[in-house]
Design a protein around this ligand. Structure first.
Ligand SMILES: [Zn+2]
Length: 80
């Protein structure tokens, strides 16, 4: 068990939650849902774990190849 982590910005309590990541790639908006993150109760600072960052990078790579093979996550593209 790890001790409770504190926000690096303000020292507030971090709560584990799921967030939605919006990533602009060129003129397209890639939305990845159910990203595990820790969000500060006080200032709202969002911290995404290394594993989640790798997962997001993987989705972006698949998107750039024009082939998204999604398994455990929800992601979609918003065209403008
Ligand atoms: Zn904070």
């Amino acid at each position: 068990m790890r001790s409770k982590e504190l926000c690096p910005i303000c020292g507030g309590t971090l709560e584990e939650t799921e967030v939605k990541e919006d990533i602009w790639i060129g003129e397209k908006l890639l939305v990845i849902e159910n990203v595990h993150a820790k969000v500060c109760e006080k200032c709202g600072e969002k911290i995404v774990s290394y594993d989640e960052m790798r997962m997001i990078e993987g989705v972006i790579k698949e998107f750039e190849r024009g082939k998204m093979e999604l398994k455990k996550i929800t992601a979609y593209v918003v065209s403008i």
